[in-house]
Ligand binder design. Sequence first.
Ligand code: ATP
Ligand code: MG
Ligand code: MG
Length: 555
Amino acid sequence: DQFADNHFIRTIIDEDLKSGKHNTIHTRFPPEPNGYLHIGHAKSICLNFGLAYVYEGLCNLRFDDTNPEKESDEYVRAIKEDVQWLGFKWAGEPRFASNYFDRLFEYAVGLIRDGKAYVDDLNAEEMREYRGTLTEPGKNSPYRERSIEENLDLFMRMKAGEFPDGSKTLRLKIDMASGNINLRDPVIYRIRRVHHHNTGDKWCIYPMYDYTHAISDAIEGITHSLCTLEFEAHRPLYDWVLDNIPIDNHPRQYEFSRLELLYSITSKRKLNQLVTEGHVKGWDDPRMPTISGMRRRGYTPEGLRLFAKRVGVSKSENIVDMSVLEGAIREELEESAPRMMAVLNPIKVELVNYDPALTQSRSAPYHPHHPEFGEREVPISQTLYIEADDFSENPPKGWQRLTPGGEVRLRYSYVIKCEEVVKDAGGRIVSLKCSIDHDTLGKKPEGRKVKGVIHWLSAEHAVQATVRQYDRLFVEARPDAVRGEDGEYVPFTDFLNPESVTEISAWVEPVANTLAPESRYQFERLGYFVTDRHDHKPGAPVFNRTVTLKDGWQA
Ligand code: ATP
Ligand code: MG
Ligand code: MG
């Protein structure tokens, strides 16, 4: 099938279905709406929604919105759009952890009543001191033995806004000597007077992520709660919470490794920094590894799903080369993108024996294997543009393109021969004078072999387009993992590629003027390009280069 197969989570699900533990599965994709989704999220989306698809189960989209400072409706909207664009449908309406705040509060009250939670007055720094270390147990807070009545009273007053921010917390009473630091009386509520994108100013206390996440999963009837490996040590807390509140469903958490993409960044916080510091032009800048940036770059949902399938799902390190991503995109576009000709760096060709009565145009298919894509006329006229790179006065060995006195075929047209190189006073090539062999339209030339085929455009018919060519955003494979001599991390922004985009004016086929935004084409011999989602207009085409035809990441 189209999703990663035979991985350990599928094995677990197969067993759960076989044993009758579950009749159907229910997963969720739970982003925090604190930024736009990136390629790492695409992996998680394909995993969670893909499993629901394969097993005919359900997958929820849930916003884990417990940090109001950093969250916004803009991010909620962008995340929904990205998930849909990738081709997935969530079950019912999108969910918000914040919609469970009342229930989360009631469960917290229940935990206090059961003597399993207490209000603590330690401040953040004191709490760190009491927490202990990996090798040393923590110490009980002096407030740990407050009575249930006192805890209930204080928690109600926390909610009522009687105490300043940060002055009190609600903590679970688990075990300050636990070998797992996450079980050393974790905080489940803190006081924060911040406006929340969904609940407004209703609350001045907010539940913590781990507590919220476990209960949200249970409320939604999730069967398999999939998260990245850094949450492995949080699993005992996830289970503790669900074992100690009155709720029937107890989802099981499984962890897989995070995707890391070389020459890129997979952290919303750092991507946010690129945006706010102006290193890129917004979250959907085509250089960004965000889903919306990759979309604008011309990547396809199918290509991204193929990539997710290829990177797979496991617990081992998942550091992936950019060539794997670009390879998947290229492979998919190879079949799905119609083709046209474009000349990015033109030199003029004057056809010395062009004769409107004799010289004919042909029509050409938009794709060699897909007749259903249709055909268009490829017009010819007296003056053509060819790529400057396709001509050489001093060609290297094996050169198959144009050269003085040499012949080459114009794609979908005649064989031409370079008769004369026209130069200006400074010796710069101005144009080439070429002759057509009129016997070569759709026919091999007589008595000689012409191997080279080049792309070209009729100057009279070609239209001008803005073409943006993108290169790697970072010049360092792991820009956020480089340490300086002092042992500190070097800012990842030090490794930005100053030439990650160049914008040129180029010539393209007339059809470009009629295209809708986000039309993807192969420019023959050059690469895949897409009309820009925002800037492209009929009559003023703007193309982004999605990916070159050949892998440029090796050596
Ligand atoms: P970031 O640090 O970029 O904000 P996150 O893990 O905090 O990432 P969430 O919004 O919490 O982002 O992520 C939603 C889901 O996407 C989580 O289940 C998370 O595990 C998954 N996810 C995020 N980044 C990656 C990644 N690089 N590879 C695989 N899954 C990821
Ligand atoms: Mg997170
Ligand atoms: Mg995060």
